[in-house]
Design a protein around this ligand. Sequence first.
Ligand SMILES: [Zn+2]
Length: 355
Amino acid sequence: MNDIDLYISVLLKFLTASLLLERIIEFFDKVLTLIGLSVGKKSQLMKLADIPLDDKEQRLHTLKKVLIVQTAGIIIGTLICYFSGLGLLKELKLINGTATNWWDVLLSGIFISGGSEPIHQLINFLKGHKEQLKLETEKKAQQLKQRNNLQIARPGSKIGITYDGGLYSKQPGHGLRKSNPKYIVIHHSGTSTKATFEEVVNKEKQERKNSRGTYRLDPSFHAVITYDGAIHNYCRWDSIGWHVAKGPRVSNANSLGLCFVGNFHNRATGKKKPSEEQIEAGAKLLALWRILYDIEEKNVLRHSDVRRGRIVCPGENFPMERLVAKSTQWIKTWRQDEEIFKDIERFKKLRYIYV
Ligand SMILES: [Zn+2]
């Protein structure tokens, strides 16, 4: 409950008490008049009843009556608060504790003896204030939504994948493709699981130094997924990478390479597996690639499937079936979601995806 709601609910309690008090005072006022009349003489009480007197007396009389009625109001109000346990400061949570202090009771009595009208006004004021706050909050939410909409204007934000041509967007890897890729090949980096994307790239540069010690721009994989589940785009997706030796079906020209940082080969590492974050991100990227290039599930292969017997990449411990099944699940889920479907349609229009 926010502050204003608290104030309103407290005031409503006091409004009830105040209305009760008003009825009692009204009754008291009537009894006062009646006693005055029935006694039949100009007693003090009689004078207090509404009998016209001269101007000065009238004022004095009114003053006295108001004084008596107000004092009675405060006394009765205090009694109401005392017996119902109402304490203004306590209810407003301005003082601690569950017991009601005598001065809080007195203050509450004075408060309700002022009548229901001021309480009504207070409640109306707070309600108006609340309305205004609500409008302001709605306006702010609207602005935030608009700002978010601008942010999600970036294609891929709905599936958490962004792409802008990879590490060397200005230069196609080993030349542009002639047609869309038909295969996706899964690799591991063969490094420690802690290796960063930069370290994987540097390792590659060291391995591919030519005789003069220089490195030809040679991006291998189209994406590298680090152990924390971050996707690092590397070779341009519309370009030929350098990650498989040409096999009977699969070649660099007709495939995309996806690398998971780590070494999942049994003898090398003792049963290390990719992290769940890696698998989750990998499944999403696979799903996206399969949608973009219409690649069949059976065409997602391990590097070791491309050249059987000679290569262990991505290792025996790599959960290949689970990864592919997850990507298929994502494709199904996304196709049922109109927003995501639209997002992917916009993704298709990005640069460096199709030749
Ligand atoms: Zn490999």
